[in-house]
Write a protein that binds this ligand. Sequence first.
Ligand SMILES: Cc1cc2nc3c(=O)[nH]c(=O)nc-3n(C[C@H](O)[C@H](O)[C@H](O)COP(=O)(O)O)c2cc1C
Length: 440
Amino acid sequence: MKQVHLAAHFPGVNNTTVWADPRSRSQIDFTSFQHLARTAERGKFDFFFLAEGLRLRELKGRIHDLDVVGRPESLTVLAALAAVTERLGLAATVNATFNEPYELARRLATLDHLSAGRAAWNVVTTSDAFTGENFRRGGYLDRSDRYTRAEEFVRLSRELWDSWQPDAVRADQESGRFLRPGSIATVRHQGHHFDIEGRFNVPHSPQGHPVIIQAGDSDEGREFAAANADVIFSRHGTLEEGRAFYADVKRRLGRYGREPHQLKIMPGATFALGDTDAEAAEHAAEIRRQQVGPQTAIAFLEQIWGRDMSTYDPEGPLPDVEPAVEQGVSQGRVQVADRVAVADKWRAVATEKQLTIRELVIEMTGRQSFVGSPATVAGQIEEFVRTDASDGFILVPHLTPGGLDDFVDKVVPLLQERGAFRTDYEGTTLRDHLGLGGVA
Ligand SMILES: Cc1cc2nc3c(=O)[nH]c(=O)nc-3n(C[C@H](O)[C@H](O)[C@H](O)COP(=O)(O)O)c2cc1C
C-alpha cells in the first residue's frame, strides 16, 4: 500500500498563524520549536520544516504587523532541535539567491553531522529588489536567472559534499597521518554564477547529500525540481489540481534518468478537526474569523486593489472602486498578477453571496485543506495519496506550538490503522524516511 509522508511546518509569518489566541505562544522561544518538533516525532513524521523570509513584510511603507513579525535563523534553530530529537528530519528553507555555496554547503553538512543524517534544505529563489536591498544588491539577479543560479548552487554544493570520501578520516597513529591519502578532491568549478577552486572543509556527512526540497510552482521551478529535488513543497489543494501537478512533475523525471519514487510531492495543508464533521466545520469557521480580523480583511483588499482602502468598514459592503493598475501597496508578499481580473471576480462573488468585506476575504483567501472528524480527515489524506494527487503533506498548524497535538493524537493513529502510515521509524536518516535510497 502506498505510504503517506507527513511533515510539520512551524507556524509562519502570515495570517494562517493565529497569534491572538490565548493558547498561542512565542515564535522565538526554544520551547515552542521543541514542542512542535517533539510532537511531530511522536507522530513519526518525516520532517520538521522552517520557512524563511529575508525582509520584513510591509504594508503602505510600514511594517505589516497584523501577523507575527520576526523569526530566528533556521539552521541555528535546527541545530538546537537536533539535540532534543532522534529521528525527525530537520528542514531549513534557505535562499539560493542571497547565499554562497561554500558557506551554505558547510552549514548543511554540519547539520547533517550533528543530527546523524537528518538535514534537509528547502531551496527557494526569491530574487526581488525589495529583499535585495537588505543585501545591498538591489534585485541584482534577474528573475529569469534565479533558477540557473539555484541549479548551479545545488550542483556545486553536491560537488563539495562529494569531495570527501566517506572513509577519508583514518587517524592512524602509526603513520601519524590523520587522512587517508588522496581522499579529498579539490573542487574546481567555473560557472556562470560561481567560480571556486578549493577543498571543502567538512567531512562527508551521514546522508552524503542532505535532502533537497524545492518550493516554487513555475515551469522553471518544476523543471528544477525534476532535475534536482528529493521533495517538492507545493500549493495544490484539490484532488484534480494535485493529480495534474503530480503527473506533470513525475513525467519530467525521466529526462534526468530518475524514477518517480525519487521525488516526493508534498503540498502544504491546513486542517481543522472536531469530534464530528459538523463540529469541525464550526471550528474551521472560527479559525478563519481569527485569521481574517477586521484590519487583516482591509489589508487583503488593499493588496488586491493596490490602493488605500482604510476608510471602508470591514463589516460593511465592498465599495464600488476600481483597482489601481500600478505596483501594489504591500511588499514581501506575492504580488497580484492581474488586479482588474481578480477584483472583478471578488466583486461578482460579493454581489452573488451578499458578503461584507471581511466575509468576502474569508471566502476568497483560502480555507483549511482538511476539515472534519479525525476519521474524515484520515480518509481524505489517504485518498489524496492513494490516487496520486500527492505523496503526503507538509501540515501547517494555525497555533504555535500546540497546533499539531490533536492531529498527532487523533488522526495519525487512524492512518496507521489503515496501513497508510508507519507505526515506527524504520531507518535513522531522513533519506530513509522518505524512501529515497542512498546517494549514488
Ligand atoms: C509552498 C511554497 C512555499 C514557499 N516558501 C517560501 C519560503 O519560506 N521562503 C521564501 O523565500 N520563498 C518561499 N517560496 C517561494 C519560492 O521559493 C519562489 O520564490 C516562488 O514560489 C516563485 O517561484 P516560482 O515562480 O517557481 O513559483 C515558497 C513557494 C511555495 C510554492
